[in-house]
Design a protein around this ligand. Structure first.
Ligand code: SF4
Ligand code: SF4
Length: 161
């Protein structure tokens, strides 16, 4: 489980994965934030008010998926690197993943990279579509990368840059 390994279990991930109908409607944020800690930058980051107000700063974030448009602001602002955006409508075979990337050098748009799962294991290759540099000191760059559609909830990092 998360507390022992730092990696969320399938049961935990099921709680934050939208239903099939929502997945087919367009991009959505996935909040892999399962520990009660005093933190809420995702709330302030969301221009769509899709992150519901926190009653207690230690609460886990709750997302209104009808409001989320997949902009990715929360990905850049989450200090825990716990938020991703998944767009399974990107193409017939590929999904687009927006992930936080805090290493240097940043990948270049157009380059091919290794796709890594939550444990850092290589599971395929993808193409970097865009790199959003951090706009200020507390933000994290966000990399947009294509992934085979069936790996949209498996890939959570990139390597081989
Ligand atoms: S992806 Fe954009 S709209 Fe969706 S929760 Fe994050 S900040 Fe809000
Ligand atoms: S900013 Fe990230 S770590 Fe903090 S509550 Fe939101 S999702 Fe969790």
């Amino acid at each position: 489980m998360l507390k022992k390994t730092g990696i969320p279990e399938e049961e935990e991930l099921k709680l934050v994965l939208p239903d099939d109908a929502r997945r087919k409607r367009g991009p959505f944020a996935v909040f892999e934030c399962f520990e009660r800690i005093p933190c809420n930058p995702c709330y302030d980051a969301c221009p769509m008010h899709a992150v519901m107000p926190f009653e207690d700063i230690n609460d886990l974030p709750r997302l209104d998926l009808d409001r989320c448009n997949g902009c990715g602001n929360c990905v850049a602002q989450c200090p825990g690197l716990a938020v991703f955006v998944v767009d399974e409508t990107y193409s017939e075979d590929e999904a687009l993943l927006k992930l936080p990337y805090e290493f240097v050098p940043l990948p270049l748009a157009g380059s091919e990279v290794d796709l890594l799962d939550r444990e850092g294991k290589k599971v395929g290759r993808g193409k970097v579509v865009r790199v959003q540099k951090a706009r200020h000191r507390t933000a994290t760059p966000v990399v947009w990368v294509t992934v085979p559609k069936h790996l949209s909830m498996v890939v959570r990092n990139i390597g081989g840059i």
